[in-house]
Ligand binder design. Structure first.
Ligand code: HEM
Length: 249
């Protein structure tokens, strides 16, 4: 049976063979080359679509973006194609992550403790937290819904002569609202993946994470792939820290 651990390890598609992931002692494989390639393509097309979108829909505020794309007319021409790139790469990532993004009863329980997660009052995440936590899954499904909204409203706005004024006007509102909701989420995503939870960025650059990162943020996943107890790993790390502090006194 493919688990969240071995389903990635056994993948041998073309992209994975083009790159390399080096897992050092004390680290675990988190995202193989294919996943990382898709993630950064999604990121690039997201920001291209975002900047060109701001440039054409709010030109009185963001007109400095349009020269980046060769002027107003080319920005208007390129924006839908950036959107198509974003949706295609995210669609492939959605297929890639479908298994690990399924909602489970443990995710519903995680949601009840979201306050502790946001205020960081717990030193480690709930023991049931698997490959992705419920917050990550919610954001993933929000992006899936956003992509569906972009495709429907984007096509209507791209070919206004076919769909008529009323549908086009509604599409503008839905398209812009979807973009703002997604942007708000991505703002937190980028913060959490960089400064908010140190050690996370390397999951999407080198493809690995430290074991300490794994038992802190995804204890059930740590247990699944190492067979070791995350609580035991935490106690051991605390004991080692205390010993180091005593040695420094
Ligand atoms: C500079 C920008 C970005 C950085 C530094 C970044 C970083 C990361 C990292 C490190 C992970 C792995 C987290 C883990 O393994 O637990 C991740 C996952 C993910 N990224 Fe990004 N990302 C960026 C932009 C984006 C954009 C623009 C999108 C989509 C519009 C996106 C969508 C996702 C999704 C859906 C996941 C999986 C679930 C999650 O971790 O939230 N990312 N990202």
């Amino acid at each position: 049976m493919a688990t969240s651990a071995n389903r990635f390890v056994h993948r041998t598609n073309v992209i994975d063979r083009l790159g390399r992931t080096v897992v050092y002692a004390g680290e675990l494989l988190r995202h193989p080359v294919y996943t990382r390639f898709l993630h950064w393509m999604v990121g690039i097309f997201f920001f291209l679509a975002l900047l060109s979108g701001f440039g054409i829909y709010l030109p009185w505020i963001f007109r400095f973006f349009t020269p980046l794309f060769g002027g107003g007319a080319t920005t208007r021409f390129l924006h839908p194609w950036f959107g198509v790139g974003f949706v295609i790469f995210f669609g492939l990532q959605a297929l890639n992550w479908l298994g690990v993004m399924r909602w489970t009863p443990a995710d519903s329980r995680w949601m009840k403790h979201i306050k502790e997660y946001v205020t960081r009052s717990d030193s480690v995440e709930a023991p049931e937290t698997g490959f992705f936590n419920a917050g990550q899954k919610m954001q993933f499904w929000e992006i899936v819904c956003g992509c569906i909204a972009y495709v429907i409203t984007g096509v209507i706005m791209w070919f206004p002569e076919i769909f008529g004024r009323i549908l086009v006007a509604i599409s503008y509102v839905v398209h812009d609202m979807s973009a703002l909701i997604m942007l708000f989420g991505i703002f937190f995503h980028v913060y959490l993946s960089t400064f908010g939870e140190p050690g996370t960025t390397q999951a999407m650059t080198r493809g690995t994470v430290s074991e300490a990162w794994a038992w802190t943020h995804h204890p059930a996943w740590y247990h699944e792939i190492t067979g070791r107890d995350p609580q035991q790993a935490l106690k051991q790390a605390e004991a080692e820290m205390a010993a180091r502090e005593r040695a420094n006194d």
